[in-house]
Design a protein around this ligand. Sequence first.
Ligand code: SF4
Length: 417
Amino acid sequence: MSRKISFTTLGCKLNYAETSTYERKFISEGLEVVPWTKPADICLVNTCSVTEHSDKKCRNIIRKLHRLNPDAAIVVTGCYAQLKRQEIEEIEGVRFVFGANEKAEVVPAVMAYVNGESDRRRKEGDFFLAYSSGERTRSFLKVQDGCDFKCAYCTVPYARGESRNISIADAVRQAGEIASDGIKEIVLTGVNTGDFGKTTGENFFDLIKALDKVDGIERYRISSIEPNLLTEEMVDWIASGTKFLPHFHIPLQSGSDTILKEMGRRYDTAAFEHKISYIREKMERPGAPKVFFGIDVITGFPGETEELFMETYNFLKDRIRPAFIHIFPYSRRAGTPAAARKDQVQDSVKTSRVERLEALCSQLHAEFIMANKGLKEKVLFESSDKNGRMFGYTGNYIRIDRPFDADAVGKIIDIEI
Ligand code: SF4
């Protein structure tokens, strides 16, 4: 009887892509994948450590898995595993903990355990190749890992290590494999995706140009890119009729130059605004869909007074007007320069700022939808049939809902928004 393994993933798209790769590898080793709520011999948890809350969630899930599967070997990997190994090793049921630089050891070590062998470990280099294949229509392809930027609030560089990447040739090969599964859209992921190339001496622009030529893949999105790494040259090329969609996820983090400087970000509000205007100018034509901008913002960073918060609020409302704001209350992460500051913002103040930004986001999102209403767009419908409905996304990331039609799934179809 084959041994069973379950997977639980927390956190970002990168983790989901990595978990998908673990799934494929364990299946090819002969294990049967079961839902995490079912009995299993191995329970793999891919963790996140973005906030204190994520750490707590990881611990709770590990404990819950142990209650459900008291005899299972629990395997913990991901950012939390990298940062708090000892804390995790003390939780009952945990058999293996793999940090960010040990991902290549997960499958060999677990299979050695399953096969009753001693500690058989083999390295596959320090870059863990990953793409997700759960969807029939869209796949997340990991091209980069780690970060060298060291923003004052962020533990990611410590958790995931230095910036590194697969080669362009490997990325193209993986995109080809994804296309051969019939998948038409790829989302490029990484921790600091635009910083691609440190390991191989290549660069992100050459990567996207090479990927654009892969037969079978019709659309690409970039999961997130730092504003200073998305160059005007890239924007000009993307706008010239490539497979890269008018959808950008760009971290702003603060609309106050004082706070941006204290965060150690590598741009100011003027440069950020210029980049957004440049993209709009190059990519938006009369009667054509508007560019979707999803913007990350952290509120409640130490020293963020009401006045500085309002600089962010007004910058978003009056200058950037994104289609969506991803709002994060600042989370004090031990070991970071920002955590040591005395001028922390009270939680109640952070909550109120989050609520105000959420209200602004709802208003801006509704305006974005209305600005696109009646325009012609292409939608890639996803496979799920939810209560007789199916959904898909336009190139500029508007979710479209239609009665389920099996023939339309996985196809790119013209619609009116
Ligand atoms: S760019 Fe800054 S926020 Fe993003 S992962 Fe690197 S250090 Fe963290």
